[in-house]
Design a protein around this ligand. Structure first.
Ligand code: 6GU
Length: 245
């Protein structure tokens, strides 16, 4: 998968060199290119922003450098899927991460300040699919951290990036896996730590009982932290035992 990232802060993306994604890059599974938007400015101060029409606080990113960036990175006949992180976008979900993981080429456009002049997305849409995407109901100072989040969520879904394919199937929010329950608690050795034992059932070797216990814990955690997810469970996904949990 090819990733182009356009930003005025290329240094934000240094973490893509390490850990899982760094290895995916070194093995050729991920081809990441970070571009400095200021490379497409022509004035002495390399200006990327200006005051908003209609007034109001803050600054807006000028369309011209973005237009040149998109012309250079996605010339006629080449069409990546373009993603613009913004708190006013559609929600980023595991399902959207899986869609992106199936694309050959993504282009992320990181806005700063009050955002990018709206004509940039409008014009880009005449040439490529454009998604405005939000991570949730809070406001970041710019799109860079949001892009790191999305690239990690997408990158770990690429075949060959995670060591163990089962760890993807088991995720909270993975389609079909425990039907969108949150994952329950996990334990490792030692069996007793600071007077706290690991739950007996996990040491029992009784695989049916362990699966049952994990499902109960997942239900309890979902009811406590995300009760709005429970009605989303497939009709009939709760059995009599679940209803008592
Ligand atoms: Cl995707 N971008 C910014 N700047 N703020 C956000 C966000 C994205 N998602 C939530 N807040």
């Amino acid at each position: 998968m090819k990733l182009d990232i356009v930003t005025i802060f290329p240094e934000y993306f240094a973490p893509l060199e390490i850990s899982l994604l760094g290895k995916a890059r070194r093995t050729g599974l991920l081809d990441v290119h970070v571009h400095d938007l200021r490379g497409w400015t022509h004035d002495r101060h390399r200006t990327v922003d200006d005051t908003p029409y209609g007034g109001g606080p803050g600054m807006v990113m000028k369309p011209e450098p973005w237009g040149e960036a998109l012309d250079a990175l996605a010339p006629p006949g080449a069409a990546p899927r373009m993603i613009i992180p913004t708190p006013s976008g559609r929600p980023f979900t595991q399902a959207l991460a899986a869609e992106y993981a199936a694309e050959p080429w993504l282009l992320f456009a990181c806005g700063r300040y009050e955002g990018i002049d709206s004509r940039v997305a409008e014009e880009a849409r005449t040439r490529m699919p454009v998604d405005e995407v939000s991570l949730g109901d809070f406001v970041l100072a710019g799109g860079e951290v949001a892009v790191l989040v999305m690239v990690e969520a997408v990158g770990r879904l690429l075949p060959g990036v995670l060591g163990n394919a089962d760890s993807v199937a088991d995720d909270s929010f993975a389609p079909g896996a425990m039907e969108s329950l949150l994952e329950g608690p996990v334990y490792t050795k030692p069996p007793v730590w600071r007077d706290r034992p690991v739950p007996d059932v996990l040491l029992s070797g009784h695989h049916g009982a362990i699966a049952r216990w994990r499902r109960d814990e997942a239900l309890r955690r979902t009811a406590r932290h995300r009760p709005e997810l429970l009605p989303r469970l497939a009709a009939g996904a709760l059995d009599e035992h679940d209803r008592r949990v």
